[in-house]
Design a binder for this molecule. Structure first.
Ligand SMILES: [Zn+2]
Length: 400
């Protein structure tokens, strides 16, 4: 059994053409006309593959292949998303959904008798440009509704009851598999075809403020200044040094800053900026922040946490099975972490989950130059196919 590479590539091109503008990329933001057109295409391909389809109240599309042998009621879910960022690429999300459909086609063509029902999921609004990041899978997993989502939900005629109605029961599911492009350059640089993702980085964000003293830019000598921006530069340099010293996985970004009062002839009296940290576990990040505060608090730094998103761990048994699968297929693979968030974060609240990556050329994503080679695409789908069969035939035991 193997993936039909041309058929999968054609699906990617067909979906990718919807909302695509030459020189710009693909724009299929959730709830847009192009999104609905794309979802219609995916739904039709699901049905042609023999799946019975359904769409829930937030717009997640599912396609179900019932168990052929009737041996189990627990579904194996394979999914990703089919919305895009504005002017995005054609692989992000779409790959995981279309490869899942291709896997079903291959299983059926080969007369495979599945013990478990298999559900292909095309999540909606993963990108978060319309309502909020991973909105569709949040509803699917029954994650708490975030206040910032309510107004934009209203604009799409989605009520809180609609959101709640999408929650699936955990006991219906055995495992979730997501196949996605890496969106970074680690696999390419390491010359590996398959990334077996051990987990998704946790995120900490703080609103930071450094206070100094605003004063006249001409009449205040350097020795009498308390320049908030100058101090901020030292704070950020110190922060980055601490992050680099902490190991090679933690990343840190200061991507926005505002100065008060913000005039060319006034020494900055205050800076406000956001510190974002990501790492595979949380304690190292908390330690960096603690040390930073100890060093700078008395000199005017204050921090207020506003986003704490714990790391997500992929299921270790599924990771081991994926490793075994890649080895058997003689594909170069590596274990890695994902710095980007995915629908898997929510799916993993419901069931054990695994994320598989293939290389993104030059690490580019969310851009029309996003590209993964047809051979890598086939290889990843092949791993998905063989892994699914292992799980289906009892190689994965779900301990409740
Ligand atoms: Zn994605």
């Amino acid at each position: 059994m193997d993936i039909n590479r041309e058929r999968l590539m054609n699906d990617l091109k067909d979906l990718g053409a919807i909302g695509y503008i030459e020189g710009e990329g693909a724009s299929r933001m959730a709830y847009s006309q192009a999104f609905f057109q794309g979802r219609d295409l995916v739904k039709a391909r699901m049905e042609a593959a023999g799946l019975s389809t359904a769409i829930d109240a937030v717009g997640n599309l599912t396609g179900l292949l019932p168990s052929a042998t009737g041996k189990s009621k627990k579904k194996i879910a394979i999914g990703s998303h089919i919305d895009t960022v504005p002017k995005g690429g054609i692989y992000d999300g779409a790959l995981g959904v279309l490869a899942a459909i291709e896997v079903i086609r291959v299983l059926r063509e080969n007369g495979y008798a599945n013990d478990h029902p298999i559900e292909v999921i095309a999540f909606n609004e993963e990108e978060g440009n319309v309502i909020g990041g991973t909105f569709g899978s949040k509803a699917f997993a029954g994650a708490p509704l975030e206040g910032s989502m309510i107004q934009p939900m209203g604009r799409q005629n989605i009520s809180e009851a609609d959101f709640a109605s999408c929650k699936r029961p955990a006991e219906d599911y055995l495992a979730y598999l997501e196949y996605h492009i890496e969106q970074g350059g680690i696999l390419e640089a390491s010359q590996k075809t398959i990334g077996i993702v051990q987990g998704i980085f946790g995120i900490l964000r703080y609103r930071a403020r450094v206070t100094g003293m605003a004063n006249h830019a001409g009449s205040t000598p350097m020795s009498l200044r308390d320049d908030a921006l100058e101090k901020t530069c030292c704070v950020i340099t110190d922060l980055m040094d601490r992050v680099r010293a902490s190991g090679d996985t933690m990343v840190c970004t200061v991507g926005t800053m505002a100065l008060q009062p913000g005039a060319v002839n006034v020494i900055p009296g205050q800076t406000e900026f956001i510190i974002e940290l990501r790492d595979k576990t949380m304690p190292g990040m908390y330690q960096v922040i603690e040390e930073l505060c100890a060093q700078w608090e008395e000199k005017g730094l204050s921090l207020e946490p506003y986003i704490t998103q714990p790391e997500t761990l992929c299921d270790s048994q599924l990771c081991a099975l994926a490793q075994e699968t890649a080895q058997a297929l003689k594909l170069p693979y590596m274990k890695m972490y994902s710095g980007a968030g995915h629908d898997l974060i929510n799916a993993s609240f419901l069931m054990p989950a695994l994320l598989l990556f293939i290389p993104s050329r030059s690490g580019i994503s969310h851009h029309m130059d996003e590209y993964s080679s047809p051979e890598d695409i086939r290889a990843g789908a092949h791993v998905l196919l063989e892994l699914l069969k292992k799980i289906d035939k009892g190689r994965f035991k779900h301990e409740d």
